[in-house]
Design a protein around this ligand. Structure first.
Ligand code: FAD
Length: 406
């Protein structure tokens, strides 16, 4: 494992928050103490850390207030278990599960659901089809209902509405929450509302004091109304659950789901040119900066990976990439599930633009740069070598898949 120290903003926040259940575990190791003659002694070696190039660095990870012990504590200490043995009512959430996993939007929704559930209610997540998620418990799911018939696969909004109606009949939830997103929740939620004959609250960004506030008037106005039963919520409608662990107990439907008339035929996914996808909508962005020395190789790698290309401002200003490819405060704010930053230092203006990305991969020569601190996965080295190795790996993988299929 790399010995690069990364910032963990959540751990730092917990260390500051005396009311957090993990606060005690996050407390720093002692760096000063009273000596035998009453003089306060300090351990000068305990401050900062030695970087990979042997130079002592100021610790921005917060580790100097707790060192390695703090991070291992975060791993070892279990969050308190929140149990609802006999739920007084349910708050149902239908996450989008883009790519089979909870997205950050889904997690915001689960946070909002817990706000509405309080102590007595249970949050029930309704998931369609197969999924790859194993963190339902820490995302705040008390009960999990998986509707996995093949009739729900692909684009099947009518059949999914039938499924939700069956869940509604059995659990009579106090509220239904769906993400107001283009990935499915926005459409499914509106169809479901029409099927129930209820008026949903849409584009909701806050629920407070028995009122929900949603964007209206082409996004220029806020509309406040009493909390609706069916809420289609926007990104960041609430803080995701982070302080408790939940049971995620599986539950089942007691009745079969009615089959809808198949008025919609799903002809499958259509291959699109990743370069033609607007960056703000792309799920996978491959972005280049001043550290890219061979732009031909960069374009070939993006093509091999099937990613949408992005760039830092320096790469744009130097004429290597078009202006509409600039990511950041003065470019496009992106929400990709995977963002690969090649030779980008991680200036604050660039990091602002990728704040909503799920996973960030950094390829950089400098292990101490801010992009590496932000990244979930880092590759330290010369960009050209790494890009070539990526192309080789993709080709080898595809050839193997072709051989297996033959
Ligand atoms: C008002 C304002 C708005 C701005 N808006 C934006 C914005 O929207 N978007 C934006 O991106 N910037 C913006 N900037 C600019 C921003 O401050 C940075 O200057 C810019 O992001 C730096 O781009 P960079 O990381 O590509 O280049 P650099 O800062 O030069 O970083 C290059 C990186 O590449 C690495 N590297 C070098 N050689 C190699 C190699 N061979 N292999 C691997 N890695 C290598 C280096 O270690 C370094 O980390 C803005 C600035 C201002 C003042």
């Amino acid at each position: 494992m790399s010995d690069i120290i990364r910032r963990d903003p959540r751990a730092e926040w917990i260390a500051r928050n005396r009311l957090h259940p993990l606060h005690a575990a996050m407390q720093p190791a002692q760096h000063s103490w009273m000596g035998p003659n009453g003089v306060i002694r300090k351990n000068p070696h305990g401050i900062g850390f030695i970087g990979p190039n042997g130079i002592k660095r100021i610790d921005r990870s917060g580790a100097q207030q707790g060192g390695a012990s703090k991070r291992s504590a975060a791993v070892e200490v279990q969050l308190p278990l929140h149990q609802v043995p006999a739920p007084a009512f349910y708050i149902n959430v239908v996450p989008d599960m883009v790519g089979g996993r909870l997205s950050s939007h889904d997690r915001d929704l689960l946070g909002l659901a817990h706000q509405l559930a309080g102590k007595d209610g249970a949050v029930l997540a309704v998931v369609f089809g197969e999924h790859k998620e194993n963190a339902f418990a820490t995302a705040g799911v008390d009960r999990l209902l998986v509707l996995d018939g093949e009739e729900f696969n692909g684009y099947a909004p009518e059949q999914r509405v039938q499924g939700l109606r069956a869940v509604d009949n059995q659990f009579s939830p106090r509220h239904w929450l769906l993400p107001d997103s283009r990935s499915g929740g926005g459409e499914l939620g509106r169809r479901f509302a029409a099927a129930l004959g209820e008026r949903p609250a849409t584009r909701v960004w806050q629920v407070k004091d028995q009122e929900c506030i949603g964007r209206a008037g082409a996004g220029l106005q806020d509309l406040a109304r009493p909390v609706a039963r069916l809420i289609l919520a926007a990104v960041e409608c609430a803080e995701p659950v982070s302080e408790t662990r939940h049971e995620a107990l599986p539950v089942e439907l007691s009745t079969a789901v009615a089959r809808s008339l198949s008025r919609i035929e799903d002809l499958g996914a259509v291959a699109v040119d990743p370069a033609a996808i607007p960056m703000a909508e792309s799920e996978f962005i491959f972005s280049g900066g001043n550290g890219v020395k061979d732009w031909g190789l960069f374009h070939r790698t993006a093509e091999a990976l099937g990613a949408t290309e992005g760039a830092s401002r320096v790469a744009v200003d130097d004429g290597f990439m078009a202006r509409d490819r600039q990511v950041g405060a003065s470019g496009t704010w992106v929400t990709a599930r995977v963002y690969v930053a090649v030779g980008i230092s991680g200036a604050i203006q660039h990091l602002q633009g990728i704040g909503a990305c799920d996973k960030v991969v950094a390829i950089n020569l400098d292990p101490g740069c801010d992009m590496i601190k932000r990244a979930d996965l880092s590759v330290i080295g010369e960009s050209a070598e790494i890009l070539q190795a990526l192309i080789d790996a993709v080709e080898a993988y595809r050839n193997e898949a072709k051989r297996d299929a033959a």
